[in-house]
Unconditional design. Structure first.
Length: 306
């Protein structure tokens, strides 16, 4: 690393959640320090987007749900994905006793999400679209309603919406607290269960001005992901002890056990094109967009990254 890289303090966005385990473990088990990174943690909310935090200059690097950044990248968002991290993360829930049993039953219904352009909504639209339900941007037969992330379970329990799409561990907490049903899950429902949902990213500025810092961040994230794979119970306990994640370690373990924890650059690019293809069909990404070219422009490959 150059002298300016040696002195650089990486601003790491941390929103919590089970899917953020690699970055949490990279902090807790010293993987960032092992590669010589200086960093500070910038707390971000579940309702803030990776694009917003990078554009504002608050964050240099973090992990995020892939489905939430494909459209922004197609529109010129200033960040680079450096590796896929794992599968899993998002579920679509219905209330206890709900008559909704299949995708077709959602016609004319309301689904609560934390943001209408986020990964939860994107996953749900892809699942509905795959099952023949019109969720095209202009003609959708299903209404997506935005709530604060903390209010979604309550909204479903009160009947204000017919379903909600949320992330782990909120899924497991809501199921246990309210008896909700999991109708579809990116961790278990084909073909999403083999697709990377979470990726590591850096800002364009960091990639250009401090590429060695970005490279070492990515290497540490990949090593931490492997550690998570081999130590899931310990990871869950660490995340609770350090207050990275809400809930109980045993409950969060249920979610973690359904993920494929294998960091992969190629896996991330493959998932990008797969998800992007669905988003084109839904009218979310322009149909004229060359997805392979967009993936090439949206990812950056560093030496040593698998």
């Amino acid at each position: 690393m150059t002298k300016k890289d040696d002195n650089y303090v990486l601003k790491l966005g941390e929103a919590g959640g089970v899917c953020g385990a690699p970055q949490q473990i990279a902090q807790a088990k010293g993987f960032f320090k092992k590669v010589g990174l200086k960093y500070k943690i910038v707390k971000t909310s579940a309702d803030s987007s990776a694009v917003e935090t990078v554009t504002s200059g608050k964050v240099d690097a973090s992990n995020t749900l892939l489905g939430s950044i494909i459209q922004p990248l197609a529109n010129g968002a200033q960040l680079k994905i450096t590796t896929g991290l794992h599968t899993g993360c998002v579920s679509l829930l219905t209330a206890k006793g709900s008559t909704i049993k299949s995708a077709k039953d959602f016609v004319g219904k309301k689904i609560g999400v934390s943001t209408v352009a986020g990964t939860e909504a994107t996953f749900t639209k892809r699942w509905l679209g795959d099952n023949g339900v019109d969720v095209n941007s202009n003609t959708s037969k299903v209404q997506f309603v935005q709530y604060d992330a903390s209010e979604l379970a309550i909204a479903l329990a009160k009947g204000q919406v017919d379903a909600i799409a949320i992330e782990d561990p909120d899924v497991q907490i809501a199921v246990k607290q309210y008896g909700f049903n999991v109708l579809a899950s990116s961790a278990k429902t084909a073909p999403f269960n083999t697709e990377y949902c979470c990726v590591a990213f850096v800002s364009d500025k960091l990639a250009k001005e401090h590429p060695e810092v970005a490279r070492k961040y990515t290497l540490a994230m990949q090593e931490a992901t492997q550690w998570v794979k081999n130590h899931q119970a310990q990871t869950a306990k660490i995340a609770i002890a350090k207050k990275y994640v809400a809930g109980k370690a045993s409950v969060n373990m249920e979610a973690m056990a359904t993920y494929n924890w294998k960091a992969s650059y190629n896996g991330g690019t493959k998932a990008f094109v797969q998800a992007g293809t669905d988003l084109q069909k839904l009218g979310i990404v322009n149909k004229d967009t060359d997805l392979n070219a967009l993936a090439k422009n949206s990812f950056i490959k560093f030496d040593g990254v698998k």
